[in-house]
Design a protein around this ligand. Structure first.
Ligand code: 5RP
Length: 221
């Protein structure tokens, strides 16, 4: 029987078919993306370079000999490839389990096409079982947490974690995410919030979904 790791690897390999030659691409963060970087390096595809979303992704790109380029050095990206913690049928996501949500949202917003790679456990009818990561300015953490309580969530500090941009992460359970775009906006309006892990304003354009029976491309319903 295929394990979750097998499925992640299958989705990552299939995504290679969507990578154009001779373009800059963005690369997300996480274990599914790790498989994508390995597959990309082995494929010999001649991309111009990759914009990274985290120090761990940068290390993997270096390790596999893929040229990294800064976002300021390119005029937009053809494609962005990343995993998700949850993705719904409109291809809106919760991201940030790996703590890279801020850079991921920035790079995704600069990309013409967002390809999400995921195993079937991530594909859900309703977002919200996975606690929502919220990146906060450290000294505003308690203030932000009180506001998140008012929005119906139960915030919990991710102990011992600092993001690549020097902030803390609060994971929020119990939020009603039936209107993901409104919640994305409401949380980002709290002073002290740097970014939150709802990707509704910039959903994926295509989901490469790996199930035990095979891999399929899913478009927003
Ligand atoms: C990192 C993310 C990842 O895409 C998400 O956590 C999924 O990770 P994995 O591929 O390891 O399951 O948002 O910030």
């Amino acid at each position: 029987m295929a394990t979750q790791d097998d499925l992640k690897r299958m989705a990552a390999h299939k995504a290679l078919e969507l990578v154009p030659h001779g373009e800059y691409i963005g690369v997300g963060t996480g274990s599914t993306v790790k498989y994508f970087i390995e597959a990309l390096a082995a494929s010999g595809k001649d991309i111009k370079g990759a914009v990274s979303t985290s120090s761990s992704t940068s290390a993997l790109l270096r390790q596999h000999g893929i040229a990294e380029v800064g976002l300021n050095e390119v005029n937009g990206l053809a494609l962005y490839v990343d995993g998700a913690d949850e993705i719904n049928h409109s291809l809106q996501m919760i991201k940030g389990g790996g703590g890279a949500l801020l850079n991921e949202k920035i790079v995704a917003s600069a990309s013409r096409q967002f390809v999400c790679i995921a195993d079937e456990s991530k594909y859900v009818a309703r977002l919200g079982k996975f606690p929502l990561p919220v990146e906060v300015i450290e000294h505003a953490r308690s203030l932000v947490s009180r506001q998140l309580l008012k929005l119906g969530g139960e915030p919990e500090l991710r102990i011992g974690v600092k993001t690549d941009n020097g902030h803390q992460i609060v994971d929020v359970s119990g939020l009603n995410l039936d209107q993901p775009m409104s919640m994305e906006d409401a949380i980002n309006h709290i002073p002290g919030v740097v970014e939150n892990g709802i990707f509704a304003r910039r959903p994926a354009d295509v989901l490469v979904l790996a199930r035990a029976g095979g891999v399929e491309l899913v478009y927003a319903k």
